[in-house]
Each structure stands twice: as structure tokens, then as C-alpha cells.
Unconditional design. Sequence first.
Length: 399
Amino acid sequence: MELFRNPNIDFLGKKWYFLAFSLVFSVAGVLSMLFWHGIPLGVDFRGGTLVRVKFAHPPNNDAIRAALDKVGLPNAKIQSYGPAPNNEVLIDLAEQENEASLDKGKAQIISALETNAPAGKQDLNNSSSLTIKNYLMEKDPLHLGTDADARYTALAQAIVDYRDKSQGGVLHSLDELKGVAGPAAVASLQEGFFLSDFGVRDVAIVGPQVGKQLQTQAKLAVLYSLAGMLVYLGVRFEWIYGLAAVVTVFHDTLITVGAFSLTNQPISLTVVAAILTLVGYSNNDTIVVFDRIRENIKLMRREKLADIVNRSINQTLSRTILTAGLTFLTVLALYLFGGEVLHGFSFALVIGILIGTYSSIAIAAPILVAYQEWRSGRGKKPIAMPVDPGKRDKAKAGV
């Protein structure tokens, strides 16, 4: 299938427009990373506590922030999580000193949000099944005697499952539990528990040392992938092809990370996985163009390299747009409907596929032409033609 029949677009004639486009977005990203938002690292890399909280009503972020300020957490980041009807927020604490202080930070968040808590009562919306079971064991409202441990363990778990799975983590009234625990158990629970208007749904804790280690590993993963690509293309084609591909991927990565900085979205481990995916995707697209250039160099020996590159890009244009277009539609659907957990991952893929496809045409190939013009200006031979493996073996043998 071909979208275009014999296209003849002068891509290299528009190289200055491409350069201006890349400079604008690259410089904007660099300025944001240096002076505005920095590189917004997620809890995976910087360490800290990330608490997801569901409320019984639409949350007021300003009120939450004021409550956290009162308990000594002035630098906590608060943002809405998921669809608005879910009434969920993420509370992100800054880096703490050690694991014990991280646990303390979680407890401080719960304490700050539990306003007007009755004295001597526990919060059923934030109690574990073990806490509920121990209370029921002590009160023994069902008068179970020797069979109490197993029965109350099952009853406590049933209460927690109903709260978390059926009610989304927040009970609005203890009367809701009568069908689960029975009137006698509910009456006993009303004496020792109250219901806050929120429930902690998830907690992620990463120590500072672990976060720094993950930062180092993520940087090494990206650098190793770039180095491996440079070596592969240097052997498969020539070193200038490898250099052009590495510059292209660096360009793509810089703009993608810059987009995260400009939008102030945290970079997590899943985002790094997306960036590594983009390194391979962009490299694959670039190799397709390079391979066609290599083939055309053999067929069009008397033509200028600029004309050969233009012809090669036009010949692969339909394939590039079809492949990139289908991939883009897939990741766009993932971004729109994949949920908050995959938001950073899919955002990186959306930006990266657009930029990666663009750079294969507008950045990688023009580097080859610019290199040849530089060599010609210094009176050197043009870019060497790809060496046939048989000729290379003969040359090594001294034939």
C-alpha cells in the first residue's frame, strides 16, 4: 500500500525550517530544565512517599495543603488523580532522611486529614483487617468463644473487602456493613470506630539511597543503548551514519525530556522504559532511510548526495507515515484511555513517536549531506561508498 505515488518533496531544501523547529523546542526544554521546573523526578528516583487518597466528596486541594502545613509538611505536592468523579488525589512528599521518616510522613498525612476525629475511636476507613479483627476479638459481640479467632478474621476481611472493592475505599455510613457483618458486630464497631471522609488507597515508599541508585541505572541504560547503536551502525554502514543516528536519538530524547519539564510531569521508571523504547523505534526508522540511501548510492553514482538523500526519503515516505501513523494511533489511545498509571509512559511515547519520525527525515539524513559538504570544502573525498564484504576481505588479505 502506498499513500503517495512518486512523491518528489525537497526535504533538504527545507532543512533550515527543520533546524529552527528543533532549536525552538530543544532550547525551550533546556531552559525549563535549567531555570524553571528542572527535571521533575518521580518518587522512584528521588525517594519519598507517594500516597493516593480517595475522598467521599470532591477534594479541596487548598484545604488539604493547609492541613499538611499544620503538621509540618509544607513542601508536599498535591495533584488530582484519575477521572474527577473518583475524588482521588496524589500526595507526594519530598525526599526524607531515612526509611523511618518516610513511614512517619505517611502517618502525618493521615493525621492531618483526620480532622474532628472523636477521642478514643479509630478510623474504620483507614483501619486494616488486623486492627478490626483484634477489636472484635476483644469485644466478642457475637459470643463465639473458642471459635472466635477464625470467625472474626474472616469477618474483618469481609469488612475490608466490602470497603475497598465494593465501595471504592470509603464507607459513608457504618450501617452499610449490616449486610456484611450483621447488626451485632456493627453495633460493636460503632462504639470503637468512626468514619473519616477519606481512605488511603495506595502508598509507595522509596528510600533516598534506592532512588539515587535507580537514577544511576537509568542513565547508564540510556548511555549503553546509544553506544551500542553507534557501534552497530558504524559496522553496518560507516561511522558517520552511526554518529548521525546517535545525534538524532539524542535530539529526540532531549525534546521528550524537555516536554516533561515544560509540563512539569514527573519522570518515573515507566517513563525511562518509554524513552528506551523510543531509542529503538527512532533508530529503526533511521536505518530504513539509511539503507535506502546506501542502495541508491550504488545506483546513482553520478548524482549529488543531496539528490540521492532526497530521493531516498521520498521513496520511504509512504512506509514511514504508515508505520508511524498506526503506532501513533495506538499510543494515543493508550494516552487517552490508559488511566493515570500509564499517563507518563504513554505521554513519552506520543511525543517521542512524533519527534522520532520527524527527526529520521529532518535531522539524520541532512547530517550526512552536511558532513559531505564539510569534507568537500576542505578538499577531501566525499563520503566513502559502502564497502562490499568481498572487497573488504580482499583488502585485508592484501590482494
